[in-house]
Design a protein around this ligand. Sequence first.
Ligand SMILES: NC(=O)c1ccc[n+]([C@@H]2O[C@H](COP(=O)([O-])OP(=O)(O)OC[C@H]3O[C@@H](n4cnc5c(N)ncnc54)[C@H](OP(=O)(O)O)[C@@H]3O)[C@@H](O)[C@H]2O)c1
Length: 291
Amino acid sequence: MRVMVTGGTGTVGSAVVGELVSRGVSVRVLTRSAERAAALPAGVEGVVGDLLDPDTVRTAFAGADGLFLLNAVSTTEAHEGIMGVHGARLGRVGRIVYLSVQEAERAPHLPHFGAKLAVEAAVVASGIPFTILRPNNFFQNDLWFRQALVEHGLYPQPIGAAGISRVDVRDIAEAAAIALTGEGHAGETYELVGPEALTGERCAAIWSAALGRPVAYGGDDLDAWEAGARQYLPAWMAFDFRQMYGHFQTVGLAGSAAAVARQTALLGHLPRPLAAFAAECAATWRDSAGI
Ligand SMILES: NC(=O)c1ccc[n+]([C@@H]2O[C@H](COP(=O)([O-])OP(=O)(O)OC[C@H]3O[C@@H](n4cnc5c(N)ncnc54)[C@H](OP(=O)(O)O)[C@@H]3O)[C@@H](O)[C@H]2O)c1
């Protein structure tokens, strides 16, 4: 079986590549960078191209039995996603697994949620057997906060107190590989969630236990968060994420018990908990003398 992975040099896609390779799948990764193509794991073929480039869309997808379609958060996300679906049609790809986001329809005003609704619609209308994965907020986002956690004792992601069922990217990657290689997933949409609806305070407490030192939640002040985020993110992205955090604070993004049970049946194991991820990170950071 041959699978094309977009986003295969990123957080989720690289984990999907690992899961597919471990299942004996022949994997191609689309990347804009010849350097990143050359650095892919042994046996994985890199295809240099860009979802915004018609020539890529015309040629890169031919011969693939499956497509894992992931698009980065960008101002052209919907365009890139629809181009990916178009490429799958032109290349006569056998199935698509699309990475969306949980409960996108409840927050279509968030640019990177609304973009995914447009791509989902194109996937569904493509006529190609599809599976849609709708994950919650990733545990792996916390890797960006290593310095805040370790040096300042702060958990900075302003997710509030309503509760969001954050998920481990490794669970997402397993789900993707199962949907790409297994049977019975066509037409299905899977929410991918962690075992617990986490608050900001609870994330801080979990990191505090893992690191063995006090970690405080940074609080819900979104003006302060956006002003800080604009130091390192483009303004449009800081705005988008600020609105998302506002949505998390007011509405939450909790997974239902039914979603957890369905995911457990799909993966064959319970969702990984944040405490396990934090403990692994703390051990790695200790080994690298980072804490
Ligand atoms: N973070 C979360 O908590 C969360 C939760 C739910 C859903 N999501 C969704 O997950 C997605 C992000 O996943 P991620 O964190 O794994 O991404 P990531 O690490 O930021 O990687 C982005 C990938 O997209 C590729 N890419 C970017 N622009 C491209 C283009 N024009 N043509 C082809 N490839 C392109 C990049 O490849 P090259 O740079 O090598 O070209 C890279 O592999 C977003 O859609 C986000 O909304 C995130």
